[in-house]
Design a binder for this molecule. Structure first.
Ligand SMILES: [Zn+2]
Length: 207
C-alpha cells in the first residue's frame, strides 16, 4: 500500500540498472503493477489451495516488485494474479527485517479507529485520508506451511486491511467519498489525455 517516501536501497538485490544489464544473474523478478482502473483490481481473489513452489515464487516476485517500486505492501492482484497472497514491509529504511509474506490472510478481530493518509502502487499520484480499524488480529499461512496470527496496530494494521481489501477487489479510493473519487477520476482522465497529446505517435492507429 502506501509508498514509502524515502528512497529504498536494498543491499541484497542488485540495483535496477544492474538488473537491466544482467537480467539473468539477478534472480529477481520485478513485474509490472496493474493500475486503476484495471479490471483485475476489482475482482475477488481465490484462496491458495496448495502451498507449493509456485506459491513461493509468487510471494518472492511480489516482494521483489514491492521493493523495486519503493512500496511497503503489495497484494497478488496488483501483479495480475487473482490469488490470496500479500506481502508487507513497513520498514523502508531497513528492508527485510519486518517483511511478512502471508497466504490466505483473514482478519479475526478488529477494534478502534484510525485515520491514515493512504496511497497505493495501483493508484498513481494520489493519496487520501481513510478511516480503518486501529488494531487487527490477522491469521494466515506462511510458505513454510505454518499457521500464524499477527497482532497489529496503526501503520501495520492499516497495511493489512489495505492489502486484504485488494484481495476482495477493493481499493482505498472505494473507501473515500464519492465526490473525492470522482475528482480523482477526472484528474486521471485529464492526465491520460495529456499523455496522449504529448505522445501522438503512441496512439493506436496513429499515422
Ligand atoms: Zn494498494
Amino acid at each position: 500500500m502506501p509508498t514509502a517516501r524515502r528512497r529504498y536501497r536494498d543491499k541484497r538485490a542488485p540495483s535496477l540498472a544492474l538488473r537491466r544489464r544482467f537480467p539473468l544473474i539477478s534472480g529477481v523478478s520485478v513485474l509490472s503493477i496493474h493500475r486503476y482502473p484495471s479490471r483485475v483490481l476489482t475482482q475477488h481473489a481465490a484462496e491458495i489451495t496448495q502451498i507449493n513452489a509456485r506459491a513461493a515464487k509468487l510471494l518472492n516476485d511480489m516482494v521483489d516488485t514491492m521493493y523495486a517500486s519503493n512500496g511497503i505492501g503489495l497484494a497478488a492482484p496488483q501483479i495480475g494474479s487473482l490469488l490470496r497472497a500479500i506481502v508487507i514491509d513497513t520498514d523502508s529504511e531497513s528492508r527485510g527485517k519486518q517483511l511478512i509474506k502471508i497466504i490466505n490472510p483473514e482478519i479475526l478481530e478488529s477494534s478502534g479507529s484510525v485515520v491514515w493518509e493512504e496511497g497505493c502502487l495501483s493508484v498513481v499520484n494520489y493519496t487520501a485520508d481513510v478511516t480503518r480499524a486501529r488494531h487487527v488480529l490477522m491469521r494466515g499461512w506462511t510458505i513454510e506451511h505454518k499457521e500464524v496470527q499477527i497482532e497489529a496496530s496503526d501503520l501495520l494494521a492499516v497495511c493489512i486491511q489495505h492489502e486484504i481489501d485488494h484481495l476482495d477487489g477493493r481499493l482505498f479510493i472505494d473507501r473515500i467519498s464519492a465526490l473525492k473519487r470522482s475528482l480523482y477520476r477526472k484528474r486521471l482522465n485529464k492526465q491520460v489525455r495529456q499523455d496522449e497529446d504529448d505522445a501522438p505517435a503512441k496512439r493506436p492507429g496513429a499515422l
